[in-house]
Design a protein around this ligand. Structure first.
Ligand SMILES: [Zn+2]
Length: 297
C-alpha cells in the first residue's frame, strides 16, 4: 500500500427512509441507525479509501456533538443554556461499529467538531463570555477525544469557522481538546485560509487539511512558508457535482508534490461530501483512489 493514504473529511450522503428517520431522530436508536453507517462505509471501502469515517449520517455536524453535551439544547439552532459539561460518549459507539465492519487493512478517522465552530454555531444564553464558552467546549471535547482515541487511528478536529475568524487563543484551545491524546491528529479548515497560514502552522497537530481543489491559489500562499507539518491535500471538490477525471486529479497531486515536497501524507475530498448526490460522491472517491495509486504507487 502506498505511503500516501486516501481518506475523507467526514460526511457522506446517505438517503434516509423518512419515516424511520423521524422515528429515530429523537431517541437516536443506535442499532437501526447502523444501516445508514453501513451505506457510507461500504461505499468508501468499495471506492478503495484507506482511512474511512462513519459518514456523519446522524445529524448536521455540530448538532451531533451539541445534542449530547450538558448545558445545550437544540431548537432551530443549538442554544447554550447552562455550563457546558461532558455527559457521555458521543461518537464512540459509531466508531467502534465502523471498526467492526471494515477489513483490518483499513483505518478509521475519528471526527471532532472544533470548539470554536461549535461556539459560533450556537446561540449563547448563559455565558456571555465567548472565550470561557469555547474553553468549556474544548474541555468537554477532550473527554470525547480521550474516549475515542482507543478506537480510531486518527483524530480530525474540524474548525471550518477559522477561515472566517480565528481567535488569538486558537493554539491553547487545540491544546485543551488534545490534552493526553497520543495518536495522530489532523486539523481541517475549509474555506480561504490564505491569511491565517502562519497561525495555522502554530497549531499543535500533526496534519493540516485544506481545500486545495476549490482554492488552488492556496498553493501560492503556502509556498511562501517553510512547511514542516504533514499535509492532507484536498483534491476533489465537495461543492460541485462535476466529477473530476483521473488526469485532472493526477495533475493536482503533482502540483501538491511541487509545493509540499514529501509532506503530503493523505489525499481527500476538499470537505465532507454530504451535499452531493451519492453516486457523484462515490465516483469522486473512486477517481481519487485511482489517481493516488497512479502518482504514489
Ligand atoms: Zn470542511
Amino acid at each position: 500500500m502506498s505511503k500516501v493514504k486516501t481518506t475523507v473529511i467526514g460526511s457522506y450522503p446517505v438517503d434516509f427512509d423518512n419515516l424511520e428517520f423521524f422515528k429515530n431522530y429523537s431517541n437516536q436508536k443506535l442499532t437501526s441507525w447502523n444501516k445508514n453507517i453501513n451505506v457510507a462505509v461500504d461505499d468508501m471501502i468499495k471506492a478503495g479509501i484507506d482511512i474511512v469515517s462513519d459518514g456523519q449520517t446522524r445529524d448536521p455536524f455540530v448538532n451531533i456533538f451539541l445534542r449530547k453535551l450538558n448545558g445545550c439544547r437544540i431548537r432551530n439552532r443549538p442554544e447554550i443554556i447552562d455550563k457546558i459539561e461532558y455527559r457521555e460518549p458521543i461518537t464512540v459507539e459509531d466508531q467502534k461499529y465502523v471498526r467492526s465492519i471494515i477489513p483490518k487493512t483499513h483505518d478509521v478517522v475519528g471526527l471532532i467538531a472544533g470548539p470554536y465552530t461549535l461556539m459560533k454555531s450556537s446561540v449563547d444564553l448563559f455565558y456571555n463570555d465567548e472565550k470561557q464558552l469555547a474553553f468549556d467546549l474544548a474541555e468537554a471535547l477532550n473527554h470525547e477525544t480521550i474516549n475515542l482515541q482507543k478506537h480510531v487511528d486518527l483524530i480530525s478536529v474540524d474548525e471550518p469557522f477559522y477561515s472566517v475568524e480565528m481567535p488569538e487563543y486558537a493554539k491553547e484551545l487545540m491544546k485543551t481538546v488534545l490534552k493526553n491524546v497520543n495518536i495522530t491528529t489532523r486539523l481541517h479548515i475549509c474555506g480561504d485560509v490564505s491569511k491565517i497560514i502562519p497561525d495555522i502552522l502554530g497549531i499543535p497537530v500533526d496534519i493540516l487539511s485544506h481545500e486545495f481543489k476549490a482554492k488552488p491559489k492556496l498553493f501560492e500562499h503556502f509556498k511562501k512558508y517553510d512547511i514542516s507539518k504533514k499535509i492532507c491535500l484536498g483534491s476533489v471538490r465537495s461543492d460541485d457535482i462535476r466529477i473530476e477525471s483521473i488526469d485532472e486529479i493526477v495533475k493536482h497531486l503533482h502540483k501538491g508534490n511541487d509545493v509540499f515536497d514529501g509532506n503530503i501524507v493523505q489525499i481527500s475530498p476538499d470537505c465532507g461530501l454530504r451535499m452531493l448526490p451519492r453516486r457523484v460522491a462515490f465516483e469522486k472517491l473512486k477517481n481519487l483512489v485511482e489517481s493516488c495509486s497512479e502518482v504514489y504507487g
